[in-house]
Write a protein that binds this ligand. Sequence first.
Ligand code: C2E
Ligand code: MG
Ligand code: MG
Length: 408
Amino acid sequence: MTIPIVYLLDDEPDMLILLADVVEMTGLEPRLFTSGSVFLEQVDEVEEGSLLVLDLFMPNMDGIEVMRQLAKKNNPPALVLISGHDAGVLHSAEELGRAHNLTILAALPKPLSVVKFQQVLRPYAMSQPCGETQSFQPSWRGCAPREVQRAILEDELILYFQPQIAIQSGEIAGVEALVRWQHPELGLVGPERFIPIAESYGWMDQLTSLVLNKAILQIQQWRAADFDISVSINIAADNITSLALPEQLAGLLMEKKLDPTRLTLEITESSLMGELATSLDILTRLRMKGVKLSIDDFGTGYSSLVQLHRMPFTELKIDRSFVSYMTDDREARAIVKTCIVLGHDLGVQVVAEGIEQPSHLNLLWQMGCDIAQGYLLSRPIPGDDLLAWAQGNGLAALRKKEFGWLNA
Ligand code: C2E
Ligand code: MG
Ligand code: MG
């Protein structure tokens, strides 16, 4: 493996030197550019798996233009955006990059926090040990389709579970099942590296079926240990095209003697954009069979209020991009607040994901949000560890003191 190259593009030479120092300190290789057009001339030779740290405000060609040009390239580098302007501009640029299908690793304000910059780079440095925090292979490195197919066929996929906590009571309200690939050589590989491949090769029905069966098995194991809990699983756009799905799922749940109301299917807002009539048919019948439905990554798609009104959802999950900006950015806070009011007025439960700071949790509590999910409460963990977490120190510590919201 070669050391990932970090391209640095900023018109200020002092800034470039600072960035290059940090990149080198982290064990990566910097390449410096002060002009967007010069960088773009060379970008065709950019190595796969490289990173670009991009200043938004530059004379001649600015960062927005650079992103637009990169979007046309075959293997664009993953981006770290930096800017001295207000948080709103940085956030809009981040969204714009994602709309161009670019991978945006972070958007960092200037003056730059070296610690934050290092945190972004660290997973890309070669010498990192494995563990849930750092073992993920960088998501921008796709895997070979052949390998992904093997992972599905040879049962190399496993589930991790992330607790969801009822904000008002501090009780565990459920868990979200998140798939990982236990790769024989690479260790634990995150879903962003293989789900896009499974999606483009039409393997999502197989993958979801594996996830569902593993989740059911885990629920049964927990139940045998007297731990009865609701589980959410993610389903893809492809999964809601089969009209037979509600009956198949209901049949499986009955066979395993599982209460359908303990299962929530999370569907991203953007996957509902396709065949509306078919998805409405399937989702309505799933609901009629008792399965719960959640709109995932809410706020990032473009669903109209009319669509929301038609879809039989029971839960709305506010995307983590709004939650993580909520304490610093007035607009993000307004969006979170509006989503909570909207969800409650529609009679559905509201979940906030991506809670990393106690201040996020406090604000959500004040806003009346129902459920919290995020690294602050717990990272996704293996099923066996979850039982210990819920019955032992993890949840107890949360309840006791860390987060004053429960004592208030
Ligand atoms: P998602 O459904 O929105 O899941 C939440 C993602 O946010 C998870 O990433 C979780 O680890 C991460 N997360 C949770 N709390 C925090 C936090 O406080 N900070 C940050 N930065 N991240 C947090 P993960 O496991 O990498 O999954 C990424 C996406 O991959 C999921 O987003 C989901 O869209 C997809 N995915 C995962 N498992 C499955 C699956 O079994 N089937 C399908 N179709 N998609 C899946
Ligand atoms: Mg989800
Ligand atoms: Mg989500």
